[in-house]
Unconditional design. Structure first.
Length: 88
């Protein structure tokens, strides 16, 4: 079993970065981002949807800045399912 870790944007930064959740697998370096609300319009920020981002992007833009904080797998799956249902 791989040590998958889940994060979401800190409530203090949601106005700017929106509601984003991350699923990080350190073994494969895969990060899947669920964007429920993109926050303030900004060049380079993805809109509503499910995306993959690089580990470097996640570390530099979210984790190192303290914007991403741990969340539960159930929280991630709840929003993942909601976004997937809307995208279908």
């Amino acid at each position: 079993m791989s040590p998958v870790v889940f994060y979401h944007i800190s409530p203090a930064r949601r106005e700017y970065l929106g509601l984003r959740l991350f699923r990080w697998n350190p073994n494969t370096h895969e990060i899947i981002t669920v964007v429920v609300n993109p926050g303030e319009p900004k060049r380079g920020h993805s809109g509503f949807g499910i995306y993959t981002i690089t580990q470097q992007t996640f570390f530099a833009n979210y984790l190192a800045m303290g914007y991403a904080i741990p969340c539960s797998e159930s929280t991630y799956k709840k929003y993942f399912s909601q976004v997937l249902k809307i995208l279908k």
